[in-house]
Design a protein. Sequence first.
Length: 80
Amino acid sequence: MIVDPGRLIDALTSNGWTIEGRGRGYIRLKIGAVWVPVITDPTAPEYPEYVEAVLATLNEQARIGMAARRALEAIEHQPS
């Protein structure tokens, strides 16, 4: 999936990610200990690869978050 870099950056920053750095042609965003580089030029040859890497990182973090949430729910529902 190819996502416009502005849309990707907006989606990340509006959901808790912060801009941690900028370089020539990219912005580095971070949440917790996880960071991702977002290339700002969608015509760059490496852009599709980087977008796929960002999306893979987001999917992995979503799975980790769901597993942590289920574990917390299980702990909360255990009798004392």
